[in-house]
Write a protein that binds this ligand. Structure first.
Ligand code: ZN
Length: 252
């Protein structure tokens, strides 16, 4: 039987560590799933002191180090910050990755989030989940064979759990990550270049504490210390069973 693979497709290095790393860790530790963490960009604009090329090199290495904490593999799809677009080039890259890794579960950004790189990544992952199973899509690009079904897709929380109008978003269900919160923090701590940047640009002065606070907020309604929120894509042709929730115990 093919091995069980989970893939997160998010915009920037450190997005997974905020939004879904606890869930990835639990799939790896409790169910022996292979974990892959992909980002659309190397975070090339996430610095006020390094050139785009320098900070990209630093952040690719941070992403790889963070993934290695849990035995996962990091992939950078080499689009550029503030320029992630729904176009053929980007979609082809995401579909290629899906066909190569053949994930049973894909996690991506919320469709409505605070910035467009996140929303475009969400759209790309949604389209790729469908397109990877269409044999004639990009069939002349040297991909692995098309998948035999549409990939199971979940949307992570929007940043701070709110949409672009500041309205609270409600996850369809949450996953308890209390037992793995220290490993999640250890992964996030690998993104050392981001602490100063986020203080300057986002006014976020407590990098790890912010992640803990977001996770605690999702845990509170369910009476657990820390959780992560998700919504499953349940449109026509997408798998309807909540495999993630069944494996890890959906809190709804
Ligand atoms: Zn991001």
């Amino acid at each position: 039987m093919a091995e069980n693979v989970v893939l997160s497709v998010l915009a920037h290095p450190d997005d997974a560590e905020f939004l879904c790393a606890g869930t990835l860790i639990r799939l790896a530790r409790e169910h022996a799933w292979k974990v892959h963490v992909a980002t659309m960009t190397p975070g090339d604009c996430g610095s006020a002191e390094h050139s785009a090329e320098e900070i990209s090199r630093i952040r690719r290495a941070e992403g790889a180090r963070a993934a290695a904490v849990i035995g996962a593999t990091y992939h950078c799809l080499e689009e550029r910050d503030l320029s992630v677009c729904y176009n053929e080039r980007a979609l082809e890259k995401v579909v290629r990755l899906f066909r190569e890794l053949r994930p049973r579960v894909v996690l991506t950004h919320a469709p409505a989030d605070y910035m467009l790189d996140h929303e475009m990544t969400s759209t790309l992952a949604r389209a790729a989940a469908f397109a990877a199973a269409v044999p004639n899509f990009a069939c002349d690009r040297g991909h692995a064979s098309a998948l035999d079904h549409v990939t199971r897709l979940y949307y992570c929380d929007a940043a701070e759990g709110k949409d672009l109008f500041g309205r609270d978003v409600t996850p369809a269900f949450c996953i308890d990550v209390s037992t793995v919160i220290e490993s999640k923090a250890e992964m996030l701590a690998c993104h050392a270049s981001q602490r100063n940047w986020l203080l300057r640009q986002h006014g976020m002065d407590q990098y790890l504490e912010t992640m803990r606070a977001w996770s605690a907020r999702r845990g509170r309604p369910h009476g657990v210390p820390f959780a992560e929120g998700f919504c499953q894509h349940l449109g026509h042709a997408y798998p309807q069973d909540n495999l993630l929730g069944e494996l890890l115990g959906a809190l709804a």
